[in-house]
Structures are given as structure tokens and as C-alpha cells.
Ligand binder design. Structure first.
Ligand code: TRP
Length: 332
């Protein structure tokens, strides 16, 4: 089976954007590929080095969310980046061969730098580690010599740098050891946040996988709808509805979506009722995931041992690659 690797930064509990945009895809890939999924806690440190008190819990929460969503440790290898020191050594070799302007032109990094600059805090400086973000990511991928990386579109620029680094390594050291990994994009629709912007924890517009049914329902009641509608029997415009109708299209079946469209356009359905129904629908979809999440929350020993086992297995694979790399470069 082809080996794939992907990671997520440990930024705490995950939301529906993570679930629908990434994790669902990962779950499906488990049956077709040899999957390695890891928590990128070093990458989290590139911007959160000044606030580390929740790091451990953040890692745990991410893995619990994955398990709840159906990542199966019997099929996939789950590990934590910082438990694989081999990645740090590979990162040194790759840093040496990566031209400075390759990392400087990385568009995703430019965005992150912009956000940092706007932040009024002591760490609004871009650190040396943050500049190395795409190189560290390349180390993650090349550490397992993966052939593909399932990611969202926002990460594709990073994978391009990885491909460049692979080619440069192979050319420089006259080898064909490293595979050029390709991004594996999924075709799911992007879910927006409750305010219509991209769903993100930092915009405070997200629905967490771990939210209770009450909180979920309340959050959905706050979602923006068709701004031109004021009274309940005003004729609606589902295609201008900024959030609610989009959610219907993601969570509802064809019949219910058609029905919502019809009733909205005819002024037969108020936005509040519409969102109340939507809340029930979303909660139904998440019910079994949330039950599973409760189980793992109550059995964190099990989660820790899944991480330990997966990390041990990953280290064995990583060591093989690193032995090859040291030989190829000609280290002592
Ligand atoms: N940068 C990714 C994100 O922000 C996380 C990540 C780190 C990653 N290393 C990776 C993804 C390697 C895929 C492969 O979500």
C-alpha cells in the first residue's frame, strides 16, 4: 500500500471545518493507503512558544477528536511530532539545502506573518522557527518518504516547497531516494463559520465537534441568514442566505434542501424556525461522534497508549530513512 502522511497543528479542540474539510477525508483514505497521521506540536510552537501551558492537553484533544471522528488506530498510525526526534535531525539537513528565498516566498507563511504583525503582543516578531515552517513540514513528509499528502488547498503551497526540496536533495546528492509527494485534495465543500467568514477558532465563529447539543443549537441560532429579510413572511432568497442555507446543503438530504428552498422563497419559513431545524440536523449528524468522544475523554489512558504505540512504530520507520539520509550525504 502507498504510504501517505498528514498532520494538524495542536491548536486545541477541533471544529466542523476540520471534520468536514480534512478528517472525513482521512477516514476514507484509511482503507486505501498506509496512513500516518500526526499532531504537529512543533508547528504549533512556531506561533505559540510564549503560551505553552495547554500544549499537552491540546495534543490530547486533537487525538480524541480524530478517534471520535473515526480515525482507527488499527488501520492508521497516530503519533505526535515531537516524539520523533529524527524529524528534527532531518530538518537540519533540509535547512542546509533550502535556499532562503524559497521559504520567504511561501504565500501561506506570508499570511501568517501578516496576522502576527497585526497582533498586539510580545511575540509579533517572526521567529527563525516560523520562517522554517515549510522546511519542518517537508521534514515531516520526507521522514516517512511518503508519496502523497492529504491536505486542504491552503497547504498546497507548502507541498510545492516539499517537492522542490525533494528534487534538490536528489539532484545534489545524485540519488533517487526521496519520492516527490503529491497533494491529495478532497472534494468536500468548505464550511463557512457562523458569520459567513472562513470557520476558524480565532474568528470565534466555529462549532466544535465537542460542543454540547445546547451550545450547538444556540450557535446556529446566531448564524447569519438572508440580510434582506426582516419579517417572517418576507420572500426569502436562499442563494443570498449567508450561512443557514449553505449549512442545509451540507447537512440536509436533497428533499429537505428542496423543501427549505421552496418554503423560504414563498415566505413560508421564518429564519428562526429554519435555524432551529438546522440545529437538530447538525446535532443528529454529530451524535455518535460526540458519544465516542465522551468515551475517549473518560479513557485518556487508552488515548495515551495509542499515541505511544503509534509514535514508537513511526520512529522505527523514521530511523530507516535517517540512516539512508546520513549515508547519502556522507555524514560520519
Ligand atoms: N501546516 C499544517 C496545518 O497547518 C500542519 C502540518 C504540519 C502538516 N506538518 C505537516 C500537514 C505535514 C501535512 C503534512 O494544518
Amino acid at each position: 500500500m502507498e504510504r501517505i502522511v498528514s498532520g494538524m497543528r495542536s491548536t486545541g479542540r477541533l471544529h466542523l471545518g476540520h471534520y468536514l474539510g480534512v478528517i472525513q477525508n482521512w477516514v476514507e483514505l484509511q482503507n486505501k493507503y498506509d496512513c500516518y497521521y500526526f499532531v504537529a506540536d512543533w508547528h504549533a510552537l512556531t506561533t505559540k512558544y510564549d503560551n505553552t501551558k495547554n500544549l499537552r492537553q491540546d495534543v490530547l484533544d486533537v487525538v480524541i477528536d480524530w478517534l471520535a471522528c473515526g480515525i482507527d488506530p488499527e488501520k492508521s498510525t497516530i503519533y505526535v511530532q515531537s516524539l520523533i526526534p529524527e524529524i528534527a535531525e532531518l530538518n537540519i539537513y533540509l535547512s542546509m539545502i533550502t535556499p532562503q528565498n524559497w521559504v520567504e516566498r511561501d504565500p501561506t507563511l506570508k499570511d501568517m506573518a501578516k496576522i502576527l504583525r497585526n497582533k498586539e503582543s510580545a511575540n509579533s516578531q517572526i521567529s527563525y522557527g516560523l520562517i522554517g515552517y515549510p522546511v519542518l513540514m517537508s521534514s515531516d513528509i520526507m521522514m516517512l518518504n511518503a508519496t502523497a499528502v492529504p491536505v486542504g488547498v491552503d497547504q498546497v503551497a507548502h507541498i510545492e516547497i516539499t517537492r522542490d526540496i525533494v528534487r534538490r536533495f536528489n539532484n545534489l546528492y545524485k540519488t533517487d531516494f526521496f519520492n516527490e509527494p503529491r497533494p491529495l485534495l478532497n472534494n468536500c465543500s468548505l464550511i463557512c463559520g457562523l458569520d459567513g467568514n472562513k470557520m476558524s477558532k480565532s474568528y470565534d465563529n466555529d462549532i466544535k465537534i465537542s460542543d454540547t447539543e445546547e451550545i450547538t443549537a444556540k450557535k446556529i441560532m446566531s448564524a447569519i441568514t438572508d440580510r434582506s429579510r426582516i419579517r417572517r413572511d418576507d420572500l426569502g432568497h436562499p442563494d443570498q442566505c449567508e450561512v443557514a442555507f449553505k449549512y442545509w446543503k451540507i447537512f440536509g438530504d436533497e428533499n429537505s434542501v428542496d423543501n427549505v428552498r421552496y418554503e423560504c422563497e414563498k415566505g413560508l419559513r421564518g429564519c428562526a424556525d429554519c435555524k432551529r431545524q438546522l440545529g437538530v440536523l447538525v446535532n443528529d449528524r454529530l451524535k455518535s461522534i460526540r458519544e465516542k468522544r465522551k468515551y475517549y475523554e473518560a479513557h485518556s489512558d487508552e488515548v495515551h497508549s495509542i499515541i505511544a504505540k503509534g509514535s514508537e512504530k513511526t520512529r522505527i520507520e523514521a530511523k530507516k530513512v535517517l540512516d539512508n539520509v546520513r549515508n547519502i550525504i556522507g555524514m560520519y
